[in-house]
Ligand binder design. Structure first.
Ligand code: NAD
Ligand code: UFG
Length: 338
């Protein structure tokens, strides 16, 4: 019998790569797959360099059922962490079918194979986007859900599909993790977020301004009902998020049943506060320009992390300064990414 293993889909992506480091450092045998649609093959070597251990990696698409079946048969896979998917809100509006094909059909294919091969433990990457515009903050897991774009709808559909699957077959153990706003990088500066095009998200955009790739940050909105009129979010260090996956895997291996938890810090940070913290961490001034609100944006969103603390014994440890310092080290050392 081979060693028990975890299959990680989207292993070379931003959150996947940081989670692989944590898994390897905690003794897991890691089988990673990715189709490199939004990541670089160089990532795998860097994961291994940080962890000082090797992982098994396969170039594969989650929609390729025979490739996944084959892996399940060759390796003694006990659990799956499912990161693979497309994640740009704006792209999902122009290419909805790509998002449903990849995120929804891809998840169906993966789940069918796991069902056939007898793998019953799954950690799924969901998002705070499923809360739509929250009525109250901090947001708890039982808040109403809704979707305002195809990306969000794809996450909500998979969440609902998982809930139906658990009803049909209670031997499944599924952790649905709703991430808030992941930022930062591993403190080695070897891995981090590497957007292919113009970044949509705040922290990678700020970092590219600081390193001289872009001349200014446009701050979307100056009249939100927040501390300074800019949007407020719950930024969470990607290594805290990665640890959350280990805690979820541990819970699945020790308890029957399924659960949904927020992974956030519980603290709201405005765009201007994030800019000031990044300036401090990097020693660079970030020129900003206040512009109109971005369509579809909400004023304020931050998590209640209470359920994650109670169920998983997990809480975020790193503050905004650490997020900016680590994000900056990655950007400074890799100005053009991988
Ligand atoms: P990412 O794009 O960096 O990583 C996703 C990885 O999946 C990429 O390496 C990509 O090449 C791969 N991939 C995509 N489609 C695939 C397919 N069909 N088969 C195999 N590999 C495929 O994104 P990330 O930030 O690491 O996000 C990981 C997951 O977390 C995604 O499901 C995303 O929707 C979710 N999420 C991300 C955020 C965020 O802000 N980063 C927030 C909430 C939820
Ligand atoms: N912002 C700017 N300028 C920019 C980019 C962002 O001012 O150039 C502002 C936004 O208006 C918002 C805040 O920075 O107030 C954060 O924006 P992000 O795009 O970084 O993050 P969002 O909260 O809008 O969305 C992200 C992901 C979604 C995910 C959500 C919750 O893009 O996919 O977090 O996890 F659903």
């Amino acid at each position: 019998m081979t060693q028990p293993s975890v299959l990680v889909t989207g292993a070379s992506g931003y959150i996947g790569s940081h989670t692989c480091v944590c898994l390897l450092q905690n003794g897991w045998h890691v089988i990673g797959i990715d189709n490199f649609s939004n990541s670089s093959p160089n990532v795998i070597r860097r994961i291994e360099q940080i962890a000082q251990r090797s992982m098994s990696f396969h170039l594969a698409d989650i929609r390729d059922s025979s490739a996944i079946s084959e892996l399940c048969r060759q390796q003694n896979i006990t659990a799956v962490i499912h990161f693979a998917g497309l994640k740009s809100v704006s792209e999902s509006v122009s290419k909805p079918l790509d998002y449903f094909d990849n995120n929804v059909c891809g998840s169906v294919t993966l789940l069918r194979v796991l069902q056939q091969e007898g793998v019953r433990q799954l950690v799924f990457s969901s998002s705070a986007t499923v809360y739509g515009e929250p009525n109250t903050v901090p947001v708890t897991e039982d808040a109403p859900t809704s979707a305002t774009n195809p990306y969000g709808r794809s996450k909500l559909i998979v969440e609902q599909m998982l809930s139906d699957l658990i009803q049909a077959d209670p031997t499944w153990r599924i952790a649905t993790l709703r991430y808030f706003n992941p930022v930062g990088a591993h403190e080695s500066g070897l891995i981090g977020e590497d957007p292919r095009d113009i970044p949509n998200n705040l922290m990678p955009f700020i970092a590219q301004v600081a390193v001289g790739r872009r001349h200014e940050l446009r701050v979307f909105g100056d009249d939100y009902p927040t501390i300074d009129g800019s949007g407020v979010r719950d930024y969470i260090h990607v290594m805290d998020l990665a640890r959350g996956h280990l805690a979820a895997l541990h819970r699945l291996s020790t308890h029957a049943g399924s659960f949904t938890v927020n992974l956030g810090t519980g603290r709201g940070i405005s765009v201007l506060q994030a800019v000031a913290a990044f300036e401090q961490a990097s020693g660079h001034t970030i020129p900003t320009r206040r512009v109109a609100r971005r369509s579809g944006d909400i004023a304020t969103c931050y998590a209640s992390p209470a359920r994650a603390a109670a169920l998983l014994g997990w809480q975020a440890e790193y503050d905004l300064d650490k997020m900016c310092t680590d994000h900056w080290r990655w950007q400074r050392n890799n100005p053009d990414g991988y």
